[in-house]
Design a protein around this ligand. Structure first.
Ligand SMILES: C[S@@+](CC[C@H](N)C(=O)[O-])C[C@H]1O[C@@H](n2cnc3c(N)ncnc32)[C@H](O)[C@@H]1O
Length: 180
């Protein structure tokens, strides 16, 4: 799937340790990469990027209004699945508020793959699913991790997007669309 972020001024939400940032920076004009977590931003800042192209900020997605101006594109890797279903509308709106009309937006996330994904431990009343994950210190935690159906994504984006493409890969889904 060719990704056309070339020469775009891009907002990356929930950039984490900068895994995607480093590849997008090869062709984007500039990237503002945000994450709520200082520790991951510090790791991201240590990666190599083309000079002057990438800026990192510790910002909550729900405080994006603090940014002046609009971006030509936005990207979010593996964040959609961690947004509670009841907050997805808000999540999409706050990202879209920072993107120009017709701007290119891409999200990528995990599919649930039987036998390969960490099993779903519980489902709450709203339909959110949780996995049990063990950390390095051996403590166990319930992590919200949703696996949305293509139809659910389409429904959420129906009035908010044009040219929506849902691309299903072996382990991942990708959505690529223009902000309406
Ligand atoms: C699964 S990681 C994905 C990181 C990165 N995009 C990647 O694919 O490697 C999810 C990231 O979302 C960040 N995050 C979660 N809630 C957030 C919020 N409200 N605002 C900004 N970042 C958030 C976490 O700190 C974490 O780095």
């Amino acid at each position: 799937m060719p990704v056309k972020f070339s020469n775009k001024k891009l907002l990356e939400v929930a950039c984490g340790t900068g895994y995607w940032t480093q590849y997008i920076a090869e062709t984007a004009q500039s990237i503002v990469a945000i994450d709520i977590n200082k520790e991951v931003i510090e790791i991201a800042q240590k990666k190599k990027y083309p000079p002057g192209k990438v800026g990192f900020e510790i910002v909550d997605i729900y405080n994006l209004a603090a940014f002046n101006g609009l971006f030509e594109a936005a990207f979010g890797g593996f964040i959609w699945s961690h947004i509670p279903v009841e907050k997805l509308s808000d999540f999409i709106d706050v990202v879209h508020e920072r993107v120009l009309k017709n701007g290119l937006i891409i999200f990528v996330d995990n599919k649930y793959v039987e036998g390969s994904s960490t099993p779903v431990f519980k489902t709450d009343d709203a339909g959110n699913t949780y996995q049990r994950r063990r950390l390095q210190d051996n403590t166990e935690h319930l992590v919200l991790k949703n696996f949305p159906k293509a139809e659910e994504i389409s429904r959420l984006l129906s009035s908010r997007a044009t040219d929506l493409e849902y691309i299903e890969l072996e382990n991942y889904w990708v959505i690529k669309y223009r902000k309406a």
